[in-house]
Design a protein around this ligand. Structure first.
Ligand code: ADP
Ligand code: MG
Length: 447
């Protein structure tokens, strides 16, 4: 083994400069140091906690390069950051030299068009929308923090902006900050990089009345960002300021530092689910009206039954249709829609039919297909039948009476009853909800 001396680190750096590109080397390794090397243990000290986090993310590559450099296949490399005190002095000294650009320059302004007025409320988002409205009307008086949780493209960012826009309308003097978690991190890094003082950064956030922070799942694995956000959170919360966060992982499961996750659980977590068929149609109608171009109901329903769980995709389909319609100067009809969405439709294939739903459900629950339409009411057939009715409503554009008739001429109230029953069970029983989700995937796959 090589005995470390003062040339050791420069030699290792030389190897790292080959294994990493120039900007990586300059940013992360040039200003790092070799803290310890004993036996198979090597400790590198990064310039600051952010660079340490980056190194942790690249630890396989770094370790590989250093194993080669040291010719020790068992070498274990770990990473540390300077202590808080060391950092403080570094920053205070550096602050005198360079001032970071004002925080205001890096904040995302609120999107003026993302408002409550154009947010369509349905059963999947009613609770979340109401909670957001309450918070916008009475910041820090109701739910604090408020965490919006839901899958991609279901309206989290829209609601976050809507809160900001409404609150500002009510009290134009409020200081509202909207920032993504990614920009929160970038902001800190740039303050550090420019030699600025973290204290100034913190002070700026302290003056905020409402902090809207988007996509906190981005902080997973980024300890220093979490740490910094934790302080920001505490500062604001203790001063009675409102915090609203969004997240696409259930807050209870998100892998954040325990203390921080705990903070998010102090307030209210509001879920946003996938919109049902009616809500999807209503969203498209509103969007097409706002773009000044009404679209035939039949087309709205076709799109809503094709794009079932992501609103962004649903809206995107409408925009493509509008674009093609104006390029070709043609009316929006089924042929135009198919032309505009050729690629997307390939992925989504044709809309699901009630028949294919009945088939899949019968198979899953080991019942005869004919029992879907039979009069029998034993639990063994009635329950799967209700599931199939529910899925027919969710995944196809069939009306309630049409669904009723496909299930042996049942009344539409029977269908409504089935839908409510399944919806309730899905809400109460996560396992069941998971089963249904997997059925949906299966049905979509088999078309
Ligand atoms: P997320 O942040 O959850 O990924 P977004 O808020 O960006 O989703 O929403 C995706 C798109 O769908 C946006 O254009 C948004 O305006 C629109 N959208 C989502 N939900 C609704 C709704 N309920 N009513 C109207 N538009 C919606
Ligand atoms: Mg978003």
């Amino acid at each position: 083994m090589v005995e470390p001396n003062q040339n050791t680190w420069p030699q290792l750096q030389a190897k790292l400069s080959v294994a990493f590109n120039e900007s990586e080397f300059e940013t992360y390794f040039k200003n790092a140091s070799l803290k310890k090397w004993e036996g198979h243990q090597m400790v590198l000290e990064a310039r600051d906690p952010f660079r340490r986090d980056w190194m942790l993310g690249q630890s396989d590559r770094i370790q590989k390069a250093l194993r080669e450099a040291s010719q020790d296949a068992d070498l274990l490399v770990s990473f540390m950051a300077p202590s808080e005190e060391t950092l403080q002095t570094k920053w205070v000294v550096a602050e005198k030299l360079v001032m970071p650009a004002p925080l205001e320059d890096r904040l995302t302004p609120l999107a003026p068009n993302l408002r409550f007025e154009n947010f369509v409320v349905g059963s999947s988002n009613r609770f979340a929308a109401a909670a957001c409205q309450a918070v916008a009307e009475n910041p820090a008086k109701t739910y604090n923090p408020l965490v919006l949780y839901g899958g991609v493209g279901l309206g989290k960012t829209h609601l976050l902006n809507a809160i900001g826009n409404l609150a500002l309308e009510k009290s134009p003097d409020l200081k509202i900050v909207f920032i993504t978690s990614e920009n929160f991190m970038n902001e800190m890094i740039s303050v550090l990089r420019s030699g600025g003082d973290m204290k100034l950064f913190r002070d700026k956030f302290r003056k905020v009345d409402i902090l809207l922070i988007d996509d906190i799942q981005f902080m997973v694995g980024k300890e220093s960002t979490q740490e910094e956000f934790f302080h920001t959170f505490n500062d604001l919360h203790s001063q009675g300021k409102q915090i609203v966060a969004t997240c696409d992982i259930p807050p209870r499961e998100i892998k954040l530092d325990e203390r921080l996750r705990n903070r998010f659980e102090w307030g209210l977590v509001a879920d946003i689910g996938s919109p049902d068929f009616e809500t999807r149609v209503a969203i498209l109608r509103k969007k097409s009206e706002s773009l000044g171009k009404p679209v035939p109901q039949e087309i709205l329903e076709f799109l809503s039954s094709t794009f079932t769980n992501n609103i962004r995709e649903l809206e995107g389909s409408l925009l493509k249709i509008f674009a093609l319609s104006s390029i070709l100067n043609r009316e929006i009809d089924r042929a135009l829609v198919e032309e505009a969405l050729r690629d997307a439709l390939k992925v989504h294939s044709k809309p699901v039919s009630v028949d294919s739903i009945q088939e899949a459900v019968a198979q899953r629950y080991r019942m005869k297909l004919t029992d879907m339409k039979a009069r029998k009411r034993t639990d063994a057939v009635a329950f799967p039948r209700q599931i199939a009715m529910y899925l027919s409503r969710e995944l196809t554009s069939s009306s309630l009476p049409e669904i009723g008739s496909a299930f042996g001429g049942r009344d539409h109230t029977t269908v409504i009853h089935a839908i409510h029953k399944i919806e309730k069970k899905m809400k109460d029983d996560p396992q069941f909800s998971g089963d249904i989700e997997s059925l949906v995937q299966e049905i979509k796959g088999m078309r």
